[in-house]
Each structure stands twice: as C-alpha cells, then as structure tokens.
Design a protein around this ligand. Structure first.
Ligand SMILES: [Zn+2]
Length: 200
C-alpha cells in the first residue's frame, strides 16, 4: 500500500516545494496513527511523517494537497511564539505553573480558598493552555496553507475532508480545532481580508 501512496504524496510535495521553497522537506512513512486519528505529523523542519490513515484519502489529491500544504505551514510557523512554548516541555510547564498560581491568587483575592479549587485548577488549566497553544499553531499552519495553494483550494480540501471524516468525535478533537472550526476560521479570515485571497 505504501508503494502506491508514496509517489502520489511525493508528486504533491514536489509541487508545493516549488511554491514554499522548502526544498529539503521529505516524506517518511511512520506506520499506524493509533486512536488519535493522525494523518500527517511534522517531526522536524525537514521531515513530514504520514500514517496508515492517509490511505483513506488516496483517491483524492485535492484533500492530500490541502493536508500537505497545512503540514508545510507547521514548518513555516516554527518561529511562532506558541510553537516555541509547545515544543519546549520545560517552558510549557513554567507557563502552566505560572497560570495556575495567577488564577489561584486572583481567586483568593475574592475569597475563594479551598482545596477543591486547587484540584480543579490543576486539572483544568493545563488542558486549556495546551488547547490555546495547539489552536494557535493549527490556525497559523492553515493560514500559511491558504496562502500557498489559495484560499478556495484549501477550503475545498477541508470541505471534502469533512465529508469523509464525519464518523464521530475523535480524541484529538478535544484539543485541536475541528475541521468545521477551520473552515469557519478560513472563511472569516479571508472574507475580512480579501486581498490575501491569492496564491504565493
Ligand atoms: Zn496541524
């Protein structure tokens, strides 16, 4: 199966390399995606992993082109502040700890001091911060992809992807923007700023 999909993905990547000038990026098959439903993942600034789930989209190069453009967006967004935080576990822990104590302090100012609040904060704050960082990274990658292949092309890729992916909530959807969130984001972004609606 990998022999069938690899040339298709390579062809799309070659075309996008010309547009993005990320000439050293390569695709590597990384096996099963597990329960997270991951299709692609950027490992470093020159490697995009693809997983078994990509086979489901082998017949639709429009979807694959949108997804690969999005992954190149992750490489392009590497200097993004949130990515810098998210990619350094120590920094992420520091941010979460600081947020925990700030919220705890604010709550104590208005008289909330209870062990239960500490437990709830400890459980709620880390996923919220994680989700904010992930959302910021995902939308940065989506914007880059929209500029690379054109807003309409990315939107069409996401629409087709959404039609194929409506089979229940996945674990990954809790922290990540859903495909519908991304479509809404792109529409709002490019309708407000029509001048950005072009290919690079
Ligand atoms: Zn992404």
């Amino acid at each position: 199966m990998d022999k069938q999909i690899k040339p298709i993905l390579e062809k799309i990547l070659e075309e996008l390399k010309e547009k993005t000038r990320f000439y050293n990026v390569r695709l590597v098959f990384c096996g099963e995606s597990g329960k997270m439903g991951i299709i692609f993942k950027v490992i470093d600034d020159a490697t995009i992993c693809y997983y078994t789930r990509v086979f489901k989209y082998i017949d639709d190069p429009i979807i694959l082109r949108g997804l690969i453009a999005h992954e190149l967006g992750h490489i392009a967004c590497k200097d993004h502040l949130s990515h810098r935080i998210a990619s350094r576990p120590i920094l992420l822990v520091l941010v979460m700890t600081a947020a925990f104590f700030i919220v705890k302090h604010l709550l104590s100012l208005i008289g909330f001091e209870h062990v239960l609040i500490n437990i709830i904060l400890g459980l709620i704050i880390p996923p919220i911060i994680g989700s904010v960082i992930i959302h910021s990274n995902e939308y940065c990658a989506d914007l880059y992809a929209a500029k690379t292949i054109g807003y309409e092309n990315l939107l069409e890729a996401y629409r087709r992807f959404a039609q194929r992916s409506r089979n229940g909530m996945k674990l990954i959807d809790i922290l990540y923007p859903t495909i519908d969130d991304r479509i809404t984001f792109l529409k709002e972004k490019f309708m407000k700023e029509p001048s950005k609606n072009h290919s690079l």
